[in-house]
Design a protein around this ligand. Structure first.
Ligand SMILES: Cc1cc2nc3c(=O)[nH]c(=O)nc-3n(C[C@H](O)[C@H](O)[C@H](O)COP(=O)(O)OP(=O)(O)OC[C@H]3O[C@@H](n4cnc5c(N)ncnc54)[C@H](O)[C@@H]3O)c2cc1C
Length: 469
């Protein structure tokens, strides 16, 4: 039997998934969120001049984000997902202007990307031959062995597997930057191995890219909020929890009793709430570092990108690492004739002090290299969103500071993308952590690699319930 009354602190994806699963399991749930809106780091911002809501930054997702898609399915929000039916990741060097895609071929995993890799123009034959060794080395690791690698950097591990500097930088470095929000020289080898073993070199469909038809912040305060309310969750926004104990929380000087509490805040705020009662745990969590992300949003009158351009990764570009065409997400009448070019800048700590003008000059330079014939297309407006504490940093040795769901003992569960889900700081990690907390509260035996019971299953290729890009 699980707890009757459960308080959830934090209305990000971890708190939302915990609250929904707890309510489905029969708990009476109250969810407190400091801000006026749900979603946490999946946040929409209002463009001050254009008057539209857009997300802080493009949220990338892949088919392997199973639990997150189950969450969207549970809230009836499948419609906002468009997913590739075959992995295809286009790359281009603005200097060389040659587009080339990494895509799944006929070989079985872990070699399913090999045919396209062999044709990839941005690596030499020597690089590619060495890469086959790395693919074997990933396959040779297992879940337990992988975490033994947490004290060295991913770069060191790759070097020990004979990888060339160019492959490390252009191939492994790109995916590490985008998925772990870290430079490869500062990422834990355990987390890097997990990324490639389960992702790019895992199941054939694991890295099918997802595009959302609207920004995720809207879904958080639309379908997900509705699902919470319909399940009887008492959602209290603009309510900050000041202190937490296993039998009560204090919110705005009010004492609210419960049988169990789930703390689903970012790590530095969880550490603050735990400090009075769990000082050693609080100190460990405080040792986790953050890294920044920047979202660049530029709006053009006309097609600054070719209309059929969807996205591409940029080779050897430190700031403009990827370019997305997100015009399809704009609502009428704003959409009319406008193109929305969006650039997520990972590991952006070194760029936080750049001015908007400096950042936009870099975007202009890259666009002019790639599509000089469109340089006359007018820039209508831009918005640059800087998020210094975007993700926790899975640096070497960090896994020991990631708490487990039960690290705070009886009556208190911890959730959040930083908890020890085995995943980097992603929306999938946040969902898994929330479900793990719900399972703990109700004593449900559940392995987070399995589907969450009774929620719609995540999309398989050719599943008619989910739309294809
Ligand atoms: C700009 C940006 C881009 C990103 N891009 C990607 C991406 O492409 N793909 C991906 O998978 N992930 C991405 N991430 C990471 C992902 O968004 C986060 O890992 C995930 O959303 C974290 O969810 P969470 O629920 O653990 O924490 P949060 O989203 O931080 O939610 C915690 C909530 O707790 C609330 N809170 C804190 N203290 C209290 C209190 N005392 N009382 C009440 N409420 C409280 C906060 O207001 C917040 O809403 C990105 C993050 C950012 C910022």
């Amino acid at each position: 039997m699980g707890a009757d009354a459960v308080t959830v602190v934090g209305g990000g994806i971890a708190g939302i998934s915990a609250a929904l699963a707890l309510a489905d399991l029969g708990s009476k749930v109250t969810l407190f969120e400091s801000r006026a809106h749900l979603g946490g780091r999946v946040a929409s911002v209002r463009h001050p001049r254009m008057g539209i809501e857009i997300d802080n930054c493009q949220h990338a997702a892949f088919r392997i984000y199973d639990r997150f898609f189950q969450l969207l399915g549970r809230a009836g929000a499948q419609d906002i997902v468009r997913i590739q039916n075959r992995t295809e990741i286009p790359f281009v060097s603005p200097e060389k202007k040659v587009f080339a895609s990494l895509r799944t071929g006929r070989l079985s995993p872990p070699n399913h990307m090999m045919t396209s890799m062999m044709r990839f123009p941005y690596l030499s034959m020597k690089d590619k031959l060495a890469m086959r060794k790395a693919v074997k080395a990933f396959a040779a690791e297992d879940d337990e062995g992988q975490w033994q690698l947490d004290d060295i950097t991913f770069e060191e591990w790759l070097e020990s597997k004979g990888q060339t500097p160019r492959t490390i930088e252009r191939f492994f470095g790109f995916f590490t930057l985008a998925a772990l929000n870290l430079n490869i020289s500062e990422a834990s080898a355990a987390q890097g191995v997990m990324l490639f073993r389960n992702g790019l070199f895992g199941a054939r469909d694991a890295f099918d890219v997802v595009a959302f038809s609207q920004d995720l912040g809207k879904a958080m305060n639309g379908s997900l909020l509705t699902a919470l309310k319909e399940s009887g969750v008492d959602v209290r926004t603009s309510s900050t929890v000041k202190s937490v104990a296993k039998d009560h929380v204090i919110v705005e000087n009010q004492r609210i009793e419960h049988d169990h509490v789930v703390i689903a805040t970012p790590p530095h705020l969880a550490a603050r709430l735990l400090k009075p009662t769990h000082s050693a745990l609080s100190e460990k969590i405080s040792a986790l570092e953050y890294r920044a992300l920047i979202g660049i949003h530029a709006f053009y009158r006309g097609s600054r990108l070719p209309d059929d351009f969807h996205f591409a990764a940029m080779i050897d570009e430190p700031l403009i690492q990827m370019i997305f065409n997100r015009s399809h997400e704009l609502d009428e009448p704003i959409k009319d004739g406008l193109q929305w070019v969006s650039v997520p800048v990972s590991r952006a700590d070194d760029y936080l002090n750049l001015s908007d003008e400096e950042i936009m000059a870099e975007l202009k330079r890259v666009l002019e290299c790639l599509w000089p014939e469109k340089s006359e297309v007018e820039l209508v407006d831009h918005l640059i969103v800087r998020v210094p504490k975007a993700t926790f940093a899975p640096t070497p040795g960090s896994s020991k500071n990631r708490p487990l769901v039960d690290s705070a003992g009886q009556g208190i569960s911890l959730a959040g993308s930083y908890t020890m889900t085995g995943w980097p700081s992603t929306i999938e990690s946040a969902t898994r952590s929330g479900l793990t907390a719900a399972a703990r509260v109700h004593n449900v035996t559940w392995d987070c690699d399995d589907l969450w019971p009774d929620w719609p299953i995540s999309p398989k290729r050719d599943d008619p319930d989910w739309k294809v890009i």
